[in-house]
Design a protein around this ligand. Sequence first.
Ligand code: TMP
Length: 311
Amino acid sequence: MRRKKIYEGKAKILYEGPERNTLVQYFKDDATAFNNKKKAVIEGKGVLNNRISEFILNQLNEIGIETHLIKRLNMREQLIKSCEIVPVEFVVRNIAAGTLANRLGMTEGTILRRPIIEYYYKNDDLNDPLVTEEHIEINNWASNMEIAHATETAFRINDFLIGLFRGVGIKLVDFKLEFGRIWKNEDCKIILADEISPDTCRLWDLKDEKKLDKDRFRRDLGGLVEAYTEVALRAQSISDSMRSIAVSEESPALAEMHDHVVSGHAILAGAAHVELGRAVAAQLVCSTQGDAGLCGVTFSAPLVLKAGASV
Ligand code: TMP
């Protein structure tokens, strides 16, 4: 089914949603850094970010921090509330790294005395410059009340995420948030929009400070999918029975699978798993009509696949 594309960003595509005020957010495998100067396609990244972000945003919704997430639809897509994005990136930092370390000559890894927040104007032509609250206000990117609310929410999210990640042996170094406006009659409120994933956070292993985030790509460290998988598994966004990761969508069978799977749990990774993906797709195509969910995909060694399909 052809859908109307509303917007395509570096890592995601937004399509018109099934109902008013909804959108479908599709997670691509594209990785970019340094404002698009560095680019690659990393198989499986989108699937993992979809899962990780779903897990985190659901947790936030549960503690009363409203987000744009309605529900995950399938391996690469989420149903979200449509909102008017505030053109400001809110970056919260607990430990010096990235541009903070570079700009101010701070040693990477220095623990900050307290968490800090920075604002960046979302504008690729200007390279997303660091801005002040006054810059935001005088340009009407957001009102003072909106900045105050988003800032307070960002620190609340920081407190929550520090604990969540620490519980699974991960240090939350820094992360970026975006907010959007939604209207109910005359009332407007600001909610958390966009993803929270290893693309938008710096996450270090508690024990050895191994980078488990997009710095693996920015710094050519390799092993990005493995690192994101580690985060997903630790955060239990992927259940224990489905430990196999990432898919090549070049294969027509897998393209079929993509079209058919609506609430899939199978994430197949790396070249060795492409055949598995084909087998899953074949089973699905012949065993279902219309929308299908891959449920209870189990692997019995070596590489014998049983896929249960549900309609
Ligand atoms: P920075 O150190 O490069 O300024 O990044 C701070 C945090 O914000 C880091 O966790 C990565 C995230 N981030 C994004 O999610 N998108 C961006 O475009 C940038 C520049 C940073």
